[in-house]
Design a protein around this ligand. Structure first.
Ligand SMILES: [Mn+2]
Length: 201
């Protein structure tokens, strides 16, 4: 029998990101962290980690998380990525995190805890998984969907209120939109992060 022909790969979308990640006012160290990795060939990883609490203890945990994720190949399925992160944070105070693995125009996401994902221009039907990475996660819910050129997604830690929509910020470039969101919607009692990614042909 002739071997199955591999499906022709969809032309990868280009991704452009911007982010702001700020410690709680009065703290020097940040328990939130952002990781953006790209291989230049259509694969990328977008992450926001929010370690429980804030200050130096939380910063240590988010650093352990980004170190773990930095070492993984970019073709790792998101479920495996989350298991690796869960394992790496065992024994720590724990964290919430949302991870997106992009390949071509596909986006696979998983979120444990409340780092929210917003999308505009494409549906990313991500359901947050209850639990704490490093402690207990009953079930990792994964979403797998296609992005169109012109789509924008945002990962937002709970130090930022969600009383805005990406649609209302459509006219702003990613970096300006991040600044606008932080200036208007940042909460003062926690570390605050917004990561925006714009997709184009
Ligand atoms: Mn938080």
């Amino acid at each position: 029998m002739a071997p199955l022909q591999p499906k022709p790969a969809a032309r990868p979308l280009r991704v452009q990101t911007a982010h702001l990640c700020l410690p709680k006012p009065g703290e020097r160290e940040n328990g939130d962290a952002v990781l953006v990795r790209e291989d230049g060939e259509g694969r990328s990883m977008l992450v926001v980690i929010d370690a429980l609490g804030h200050g130096p203890g939380a910063a240590e945990v988010s650093l352990a998380g980004t170190e773990c994720l930095s070492a993984l190949p970019l073709d790792t399925p998101v479920l495996q990525v989350m298991h690796a992160l869960h394992h790496a944070l065992k024994g720590s105070r724990g964290a919430a995190a949302t991870v997106c693995m992009l390949s071509g125009s596909r986006i696979e996401c998983c979120a444990v805890g409340n780092v929210h994902l917003l999308s505009a221009g494409s549906e990313v039907p991500l359901v947050l998984s209850p639990g704490i990475l490093g402690h207990q996660v009953a079930k990792f819910r994964v979403s797998d969907s296609a992005l169109r050129a012109g789509a924008r997604i945002a990962l937002i830690s709970d130090g930022v209120s969600l009383r805005f929509s990406l649609d209302q910020l459509r006219h702003l470039a990613a970096a300006e939109a991040c600044e606008f969101i932080i200036r208007r919607y940042r909460r003062q009692e926690d570390d605050a992060t917004v990561l925006l990614a714009d997709f184009s042909n």
